[in-house]
Design a protein around this ligand. Structure first.
Ligand code: CMX
Ligand code: CO
Length: 145
């Protein structure tokens, strides 16, 4: 089951300036920042609300760290804006398998590492009516990240 909006991923050119926009305009504070080398991004997670399933919903602000990263390529083509949506689930492996079985391309054979020790995979936007869609299972609450 997919039980929440885990996050909305927003591509930006300058993470610090974008973080400041969200703070000054809405009062959202940074909950967590990290560099994900594999994904080629520096990111900030802004927690918007907690959810009934024990998780939370975030904005994920993404700045590319490499010219050849997916986000750099997307920014070049589209400019800043909403890059993907992510649904939260307790079972990313099972959900990915079930969705793959429906004929939607799942981009990774096995989930990879996402924000805060989560496990993530992506569905191809061309199979999802133009929306790059991520599936996320959060790390257990007591895990190091
Ligand atoms: N949303 C919607 N459509 C998208 C898209 C996006 N974010 N990114 C690409 N597309 C579309 C393009 O517009 C293009 O469509 P057209 O052929 O009609 O022009 C098509 O998909 C192919 O795009 P591309 O620019 O050639 O890009 P690639 O095929 O090289 O890569 C994708 C697309 C989805 C495979 C790649 O972005 C990917 O692997 N994404 C998953 C990883 C990721 O996004 N990581 C960053 C976030 C990390 C995190 O959330 O933690
Ligand atoms: Co994401």
């Amino acid at each position: 089951m997919l039980t929440r909006i885990d996050h909305i991923g927003i591509a930006c050119r300058n993470l610090d300036e974008t973080v400041e926009f969200y703070r000054a305009t809405y009062g959202f504070e940074v909950f967590h920042t990290e560099v994900n080398e594999e994904q080629g991004v520096r990111e900030a997670m802004l927690k918007i609300n907690e959810t009934d399933d024990g998780g939370a919903s975030y904005l994920q602000l993404l700045e590319p760290i490499r010219e050849d990263s997916t986000v750099a390529k997307w920014l070049e083509k589209n400019g800043e804006g909403v890059h993907h949506i992510a649904f939260g689930t307790a079972d990313v492996d099972g959900e990915a398998d079930a969705i793959r079985g429906k004929g939607v391309r799942v981009l990774y054979d096995e989930p990879r590492r996402g924000s805060m020790g989560s496990r993530i995979t992506f569905l191809h936007p061309k199979d999802c009516h133009g929306v790059l869609t991520e599936l996320v299972t959060s790390a257990p609450a007591d895990a190091e990240h």
